[in-house]
Design a protein around this ligand. Structure first.
Ligand code: KG4
Ligand code: ZN
Length: 399
């Protein structure tokens, strides 16, 4: 089965085409036929965060060119015009004239491709941004008469953690992403999923694929958001996570004694919830009206990363013990953090529990994860009613 994945929930516009077969077990395999992504980091960086309407504008600009890039990678020949009329597509994209114009040009150049389903992120995320992807998918679906599988972005992150890829993505070269192959890792349920990104921090129980039950979540800021805000306070660029991690690694490599002590919010509370806003405020108190030296900045980054890791590990271990989990899957941009991964692995190894992390290049938002998660719904023929399909910024993963 060939699945086209589309992701526009935040500040990455991404399109991916995979050929996959098998079920959610050892029989599964996938082959990446095309994979393209444009990050808007440079666009949002001057503002220190993602602006929804700016993100939307960039998605509108980038989707059709990225789709074309994927078609070129997949060697899909140009050909006859598509079946759906541009009138139908015009109706779907009536509020997106620029997207319509770009897509119409694309559809005139390519005939109906050999694709079985279109998987698109319909939430959670920034609603104006999500709508661009959803409307784009609706237009393609109408033009090509191909069904849509709506995908929960968070489920995509978890699906990605369950995969083993033979190669990593390289978006600097168009052709390098072809031929990436994937299969499912062998693991056992029940599993715990820890989702840590710029918008989410939550723990879910996964009793089977894809059945999620939310155990707990953040009561205020997401952990990635805290990384980004703390980085900003220290004058580091957006997104701050990787910069904090880089500074912290310098301190860890010389084993310097800690200069600062930060709180570990909610670490001892008997629940699966998180809170990162107090941690962020504690950092603010230390940096306000001060000019930190490079050494102090690195020490603070290290202590902040330690505090975040301690809380994430403690709560995850609590969930593992309570539900007798055999496996922990982590997903979301913060799962690229080496220290968090190492600390979690240490704790889980002691209990003989398997930790599954996404390949680093696929830890942050991408369309492969959406195509993969979509595939498992497509084989069950869980397709959307195009008229009823909506973007939902607050879509939940678990029951
Ligand atoms: O999943 P993602 O790409 O987008 C959302 O769905 O939010 O996650 C982005 C978040 C940002 O907050 C970014 O700072 C954080 O992931 N991040 C990291 C690292 N790499 C990305 N945080 C800590 N350490 C990293 N190495
Ligand atoms: Zn994400």
């Amino acid at each position: 089965m060939r699945i086209l994945g589309i992701e526009t929930s935040c500040d990455e516009t991404a399109v991916c085409l995979i050929e996959a077969n098998g079920a959610f077990d050892n029989s599964f395999q996938c082959n990446v036929l095309g994979n393209a992504l444009l990050s808007q980091i440079a666009v949002h960086a001057p503002y220190g965060g993602v602006f929804p309407n700016l993100a939307k504008r960039e998605h509108v600009k980038n989707l059709a060119p990225l789709l074309q890039q994927v078609f070129q990678q997949a060697a899909i020949p140009r050909g006859a015009t598509s079946r759906g009329s541009s009138k139908d597509i015009g109706h779907i994209l009536e509020r997106e004239p620029e997207l319509f114009e770009r897509l119409e040009r694309f559809l005139m150049a390519y005939g109906r491709p050999d694709i079985d389903a279109i998987a698109v992120t319909h939430g959670p995320g920034l609603e104006p941004a999500l709508w661009v992807g959803v409307n784009f998918a609706k237009a393609l679906s109408t033009a090509w008469e191909i069904p849509i599988v709506p995908v929960n972005h968070l489920e995509g992150h978890v699906a990605m953690a369950a995969m083993e890829m033979n190669e990593s993505a390289d978006y600097s070269s168009v052709l390098k992403n072809i031929g990436i192959k994937g299969r499912l890792r062998t693991f056992e349920f029940p599993a715990i999923a820890l989702l840590i990104s710029g918008g989410h921090t939550e723990l879910d129980l996964v009793e089977a694929w894809p059945v999620f039950k939310t155990l707990g979540e953040t009561r205020d800021d997401a952990v990635g958001e805290a990384f980004d805000k703390v980085a900003r306070m220290m004058g580091l660029p957006y997104p701050g996570g990787p910069h904090i991690a880089r500074l912290a690694a310098q301190v860890r490599s010389i084993e310097a004694s800690p200069l600062y002590t930060l709180p570990r919010p909610m670490i001892c509370e008997d629940n699966f919830d998180f809170s990162f806003s107090g941690l962020k405020t504690a950092v603010l108190r230390l940096v306000r009206d001060k000019t930190l030296t490079d050494e102090e900045k690195a020490a603070l980054a290290c202590e902040f990363e330690d505090a975040a890791a301690d809380v994430l590990v403690a709560k995850t271990m609590r969930a593992v013990e309570e539900y007798g989990a055999q496996t922990v899957l982590i997903g979301g941009g913060v799962s690229a953090n080496t220290h968090i991964k190492n600390e979690l692995k240490k704790a889980l190894d002691e209990m003989g529990v398997q930790l599954l992390v996404p390949p680093a290049e696929f830890a942050t938002d991408n369309a492969l994860m959406i195509a993969l998660a979509g595939y498992f719904h497509a084989i069950e023929e869980e397709f959307a009613n195009i008229e009823a399909l909506r973007a939902n910024g607050n879509l939940r993963l678990g029951s």
